[in-house]
Design a protein around this ligand. Structure first.
Ligand code: NAD
Length: 260
């Protein structure tokens, strides 16, 4: 379905971003990976997912808190792949503390990486999408773009912000072939959440398994994690012709979290 298209997925060396990159590669899209840590492993996984379609995989190590890096990444992606047709704004970090104890530099980093980076990638990717008459911008927000949890002021502010950015981008391009939508996952067992499970286990002196059950039980009625594979399939749907008129939604995949 996506053969000949290129998808740039920020923060795709791990977790949800990697799951989305693999799902898009399975549909034949060439992929530009981004993120920190090991690159060879994720690159091999994405190449394997798209092997049947001969997908190409590039990597750019832009730090998403740095606008100059982001500009360089978009320029390199266009040069190497021709054009970015699908932009997935996924890179994100978390820090947990009450407002009065929240380190200001952590606030700045979360707003820069989880929100401002999507403004920069979007403004840079849009002109070529509009010129081509087709584009998909998918923002990985969170249930925390729709509701709040204590101790997550910067994260909740950034995620509510990216849901707002999604709506404005969708509206400004509503008469074009470029759509913009947000995905709002509940708990997904990635390194970002494993840290929170570990903290709970240490704080309460319980096992990893008990801490996981407590974490899910507080918020997620299904008592199940959403998976990167499921989120990847939602991204594929947003890229399909059936989603041509899906514009500006914040689509939760959260085991009932926000239905309560
Ligand atoms: P993760 O820690 O597994 O992956 C984060 C990715 O972002 C990694 O590839 C990392 O290298 C990259 N990254 C971090 N800082 C970066 C920076 N400055 N520049 C470039 N890349 C950077 O986390 P995840 O759980 O897969 O999270 C991905 C997205 O999904 C985030 O936006 C997160 O807020 C969102 N999300 C996660 C959950 C969850 O339960 N895990 C739920 C809802 C939303």
């Amino acid at each position: 379905m996506l053969k000949g298209k290129t998808a740039l997925v920020t923060g795709s060396t791990s977790g949800i971003g990697l799951g989305i990159a693999k799902a898009l590669a399975r549909q034949g899209a060439n992929i530009v990976l981004n993120g920190f840590g090991d690159v060879d492993g994720p690159r091999a996984e994405v190449l394997a997912a798209g092997a049947h379609a001969g997908v190409r995989v590039a990597y750019h190590g832009a730090d998403m808190s740095r606008p100059a890096d982001i500009e360089d990444m978009l320029a390199c992606a266009a040069k190497e792949m021709g054009r970015v047709d699908i932009l997935v704004n996924n890179a994100g970090i978390q820090h947990v503390a009450s407002v009065q104890d929240f380190p200001p530099e952590r606030w700045d980093a979360i707003i820069a990486i989880n929100l401002t980076s999507a403004f920069h990638t979007t403004r840079l990717a849009l002109p070529a999408m509009l010129q081509a008459g087709w584009g998909r911008i998918i923002n990985v927000a969170s249930v925390h773009g729709l509701v709040a949890s204590a101790q997550k002021s910067a994260y909740v502010a950034a995620k509510h912000g990216i849901v707002g950015l999604t709506k404005v981008t969708a509206l400004e391009n509503a008469t074009t072939g470029v759509t913009c939508n947000a995905i709002c996952p509940g708990w997904v067992l990635t390194p970002l959440v494993q840290k929170q499970v570990d903290a709970k286990a240490a704080q309460l002196g319980v096992s990893n398994e008990q801490a996981t059950r407590l974490l899910l039980g507080e918020k997620e009625p299904s008592m199940q994690f959403t998976t990167p594979e499921e989120l990847g399939e939602l991204a594929v749907f947003f890229c399909s012709p059936a989603a041509n008129n899906v514009r500006g939604v914040a689509w939760n995949m959260d085991g009932g979290w926000t239905a309560q």
